[in-house]
Design a protein around this ligand. Structure first.
Ligand code: ADP
Ligand code: AMP
Length: 231
């Protein structure tokens, strides 16, 4: 099952992608995480993109398309994948269409997470990550079960993303509206777009997405009930 999660920064793409990854056993591909990994490892690519990310601007399409092509070629994507943060421009969406056609891996759905802008700002301003394993939290909406201790690995150190500062968030929302939102009609036109109300709590958004995916799977004649990893 190959799916895309689309939505503005802070909509919950990473949160939902991690839940779907656990449920369907297919990898989350977060291009933001891949880029932050390059920056952390101080690679040539990391050095090239650091300033752009810090300003809330997009990394050039050519760089992102090569990065995604290499990631999709890895064996863990063979049964499916969840794209989180790609595509972000119409050029990237068109390149992805071509890549997936060549690989004979059609998209099952493009799920748009719809959230009002004031809520996006509340979500981003409270976003925290475990400094050890990277697990994501929100200080009010999704805190660790034991205050100050990561549920996943027990670490007591948490970090915030550099680009979650208020002035950068404004730039990122503008970039989303100008460059990424125009992708929506592309997927509307080919019948893949499904929109969920992502203002709801995390579990309810997850239930909406899984209901959509199960519905699509059951709509395919001859599809196996257990076969979500298949295409
Ligand atoms: P994105 O990947 O789209 O930028 P995240 O998944 O990182 O967004 O979510 C942004 C912040 O909002 C995180 O702190 C996360 O814990 C929180 N969050 C995600 N989904 C919800 C939700 N449905 N309700 C409340 N908070 C949420
Ligand atoms: P994210 O973690 O998805 O919020 O992405 C963080 C930042 O990485 C973005 O603000 C961009 O600067 C960069 N980035 C991530 N994915 C892409 C992409 N597909 N195209 C261009 N830039 C990207």
């Amino acid at each position: 099952m190959n799916i895309i999660l689309l939505g503005p920064p802070g909509a919950g793409k990473g949160t939902q992608a991690r839940l779907l990854q656990e449920h369907y056993h297919i990898p989350q591909i977060s291009t933001g995480d891949l880029l932050r990994g390059e920056i952390a490892a101080n690679t040539a690519l990391g050095q090239q993109v650091k300033a752009l990310i810090g300003q809330g601007q997009l990394v050039p399409d050519s760089v992102m398309i090569s990065m995604l092509r290499a990631r999709l070629a890895q064996p863990d994507c063979a049964r499916g994948f969840i794209l989180d943060g790609f595509p972000r421009t119409v050029t990237q969406a068109e390149a992805l269409d071509q890549m997936l056609a060549e690989m004979k891996r059609p998209l099952k759905a493009v799920i748009e997470l719809k959230v009002q802008e004031d809520e996006l700002i509340r979500r981003i301003s409270g976003r925290l990550h475990c400094a050890t394993c990277g697990a994501g939290y929100h200080e009010m909406y999704n805190p660790p079960a034991v205050a100050g201790v990561c549920d996943n690995c027990g670490s007591k150190e948490f970090t915030r993303r550099d680009d979650d500062k208020p002035e950068t968030v404004k730039a990122r929302l503008k970039v989303y509206n100008e460059k990424t939102a125009p992708i929506l009609p592309h997927y509307q036109a080919n019948g893949l777009l499904r929109t969920v109300d992502a203002m709801l709590p995390i579990e309810e958004v997850n239930a909406q997405i899984e209901a959509i995916l199960e519905g699509l799977e059951n709509a395919v004649p001859g599809a196996k009930k257990q076969g979500l990893g298949g295409a």
